[in-house]
Design a protein around this ligand. Structure first.
Ligand SMILES: C[S@@+](CC[C@H](N)C(=O)[O-])C[C@H]1O[C@@H](n2cnc3c(N)ncnc32)[C@H](O)[C@@H]1O
Length: 233
């Protein structure tokens, strides 16, 4: 599965940043792409400025979130399973002149050898690529990667309604996403069956089972939000 996803993002990497800008400037789609920027802002605003803080960004992609955080902290490590997204992130790094970010290969399931090293772990729009069983392993890995009292901030696709009960709402929403995103991302078919976004209550349970205390949940959109959690003792 990881291979399929990394291939998908390898193929999107060259256009990823450009597509976001194009969508942002499209009068029909901009209000949806603003959700993405609101998610990034909500994550960044929750990180205190502190030159001692070390942050891990999982599923960093082309690094947009990592770049936003870098000015507030000592160091950011961005990991991803797509080598080409990482390549784009490294190119962005050169262009920006920001020097306190390392982009490396790694995943939720195999993050690398960094035990208890991080003050904060963030992720945006990546965890839903994992099944619920994998999310549980990922949450346990993230717990092991955090220092005591470390913070976890996960922005992602997550349901604030039940798509099985409220299936008309969900069907309309999918239709809407395909229609508007399709205006720009013509070749990129959204196959939501291959994604594993879950209900926010389920996500909360997964983190609590893995040794986190969920301190807050921010709804950004009916299918997008941020979970704020703290590593429990
Ligand atoms: C939609 S992009 C989001 C990128 C970036 N976080 C952002 O906000 O622009 C999802 C990213 O997650 C990565 N990804 C997917 N599954 C992953 C996994 N299991 N571990 C780490 N990264 C993963 C993809 O390669 C891709 O770069």
């Amino acid at each position: 599965m990881d291979k399929e996803i990394s291939r998908m993002f390898d193929n999107r990497s060259a256009e990823y940043d450009k597509n976001i800008e194009t969508l942002r400037n499209d009068k029909f789609v901009s209000r949806y792409i603003e959700i993405y920027f609101r998610m990034i802002d909500a994550i960044v605003n929750h990180i205190d400025s502190n030159k001692e803080t070390i942050v891990l960004d999982i599923g960093t992609g082309t690094g947009r979130l990592a770049f936003e955080i870098a000015g507030k902290v000592k160091r950011v490590i961005g990991i991803d399973i797509s080598e080409k997204m990482l390549e784009a992130a490294k190119n962005n790094s050169i262009k920006s002149g920001i020097k306190n970010i390392d982009f490396r290969s790694g995943s939720f399931l195999q993050p690398g050898d960094f035990k208890k090293q991080f003050d904060v772990i963030v992720s945006n729009l990546a965890l839903h690529h994992l099944t619920d069983e994998e999310k549980l392993i990922a949450a346990q890995n993230m717990r092991d990667l955090l220092k005591n009292n470390g913070k976890l901030i996960i922005g992602d696709v997550m349901f604030f309604f039940n798509p099985k009960i409220n299936f008309v709402k969900w069907w309309l929403m999918k239709k809407h996403i395909k229609k508007f995103a399709g205006r720009v991302l013509k070749k990129q078919i959204f196959d939501l069956r291959k994604e594993h976004a879950t209900h926010v209550k389920n996500l909360k349970t997964i983190f609590e089972k893995s040794g986190f205390h969920v301190v807050g949940i921010k709804k950004i959109f009916p299918i997008a939000g941020i979970v704020f959690a703290q590593k429990s003792d």
